[in-house]
Design a protein around this ligand. Structure first.
Ligand SMILES: C[S@@+](CC[C@H](N)C(=O)[O-])C[C@H]1O[C@@H](n2cnc3c(N)ncnc32)[C@H](O)[C@@H]1O
Length: 127
């Protein structure tokens, strides 16, 4: 994974602005001022997702969680397709805003604002 990430940052001219560190987010994350994690937690069901989030909580910095958030109602939305895809390929699932907030709370965070990034993704702050 690191060589691929390294090539991507190099291609974007950003190599001098990052330090790439390999690791297992179920075990430990490197020290940081904040953690941004995108499209990873939806790969896991609640039990495993809470384990992962507890590792981030132990690291002691704010969390910026970027995921699809299932809107209320029966209108078509990307997250509803993604929810089924995650269930089938990974045993995970997408979640509503309230479910994401409950998940981070179960891991010891206090949920903050939700910011809509685009049609697909929202960012949930957690402290
Ligand atoms: C769906 S991809 C999302 C990748 C990227 N964040 C994005 O939004 O395109 C899930 C990522 O989680 C990483 N991952 C899975 N298990 C992991 C673990 N135990 N520790 C660290 N990363 C892991 C995979 O390598 C993969 O890059």
């Amino acid at each position: 994974m690191l060589p691929e990430a390294s090539r991507t940052f190099e291609a974007e001219g950003l190599s001098d602005r990052v330090e790439l560190v390999a690791g297992d987010f179920f075990v430990e994350v490197p020290p940081g001022d904040a953690y941004l994690i995108k499209s990873c937690v939806h790969n896991f069901g609640d039990e495993r997702a809470i384990e992962l989030l507890r590792v981030l909580r132990r690291a002691g910095a704010p969390l910026l969680l970027v995921e699809t958030m299932i809107p209320a109602g029966n209108e078509p939305h990307y997250s509803k397709f993604d929810d089924v895809e995650m269930m089938v390929i990974a045993g995970g699932n997408d979640r509503t805003e309230a479910e994401w907030a409950a998940l981070v709370t179960a891991a010891g965070f206090e949920p903050g604002r939700v910011v809509r990034c685009d049609e697909r993704f929202s960012l949930l702050e957690a402290f």
